[in-house]
Design a protein around this ligand. Structure first.
Ligand code: SAH
Length: 225
């Protein structure tokens, strides 16, 4: 009996409390910290983050922290997902490329805001798992593939925005080439031993760079060419 009550409690937690945990997360971690882009806020309110983390960690899905997703990788802290999304100034007609699918959560958030999302993951097991999550939860405007994001996704370029969610030493030239004129790219870039989110804006003749907040992301890895 005690055992069944325990199971029932867990089930009740998963079926009812996640919505209120998510609402509280958005209030406390997103709005109170200054995120104002309404489409970003709505997306974080909508996407069930707990479905993107391993089942034994679901109860922590709305905590103010990154979480392990296996293969030495992590799902970013909710605030960082919101911050990166807001900085891209997205419109509903946009086409966005993400490098580093991981759990698929960031792509799912983007998919609620823009028309099309393309996302690339280098670890096959993570890419496949994310694809299953997208399918099971009806995310129909996300294209995903397994591969080295260094090369971008030529067939679908140019992109209105590009988001890199692993830390490279510098932004691969090919990715900047696949960005539309007027488009923006955000990535964690290391400088003097510390990573900073960096925003690149492509204009007709040059790339403008702006250093933003300090962060900690997993490294951008490479396949041998
Ligand atoms: N955006 C993810 C978090 C990403 S963690 C989420 O919402 O969960 C960073 C991911 O980038 C990891 O899964 C890692 O395997 C992947 N990655 C690292 N280097 C890569 C590369 N060159 N191409 C594609 N993915 C890469």
């Amino acid at each position: 009996m005690v055992f069944f009550t325990f199971i029932l409690t867990l089930q009740l937690l998963s079926s009812q409390d996640y919505i209120s945990m998510r609402t509280e997360m958005v209030e406390e971690q997103i709005i109170k910290r200054g995120i104002t882009h309404s489409a970003t806020i709505d997306a974080l309110k909508t996407v069930p983050r707990h479905l993107f983390v391993p089942s034994d960690l679901q109860i922590y899905a709305y905590h103010d922290r990154p979480l392990p997703i296996g293969h030495n990788q992590t799902i970013s802290q909710p605030y960082i997902v919101a911050y990166m999304t807001e900085m891209l100034n997205l419109k509903s007609s946009d086409k966005v490329l993400e490098i580093g699918t991981g759990s698929g959560y960031q792509a799912a958030v983007l998919s609620k805001i823009v028309k099309e999302v393309y996302t690339i993951e280098i670890v096959p097991q993570l890419g496949k798992q994310a694809e299953t999550t997208f399918k099971n939860n009806n995310y129909t405007n996300i294209g995903c593939r397994i591969g080295d994001g260094y090369h971008g996704w030529e067939e679908h370029h140019p992109f209105d925005a590009i988001i890199i969610t692993a830390a490279p030493l510098q932004v691969p030239e090919k990715l900047l080439n696949q960005l539309k004129e007027g488009g923006q790219l955000i990535a964690p870039i290391e400088k003097n031993g510390q990573q900073y989110l960096t925003l690149y804006t492509k204009t007709k003749n040059k790339i403008k760079t702006k250093q933003l907040i300090a962060v900690r992301f997993v490294p951008f890895t490479r396949h041998k060419d």
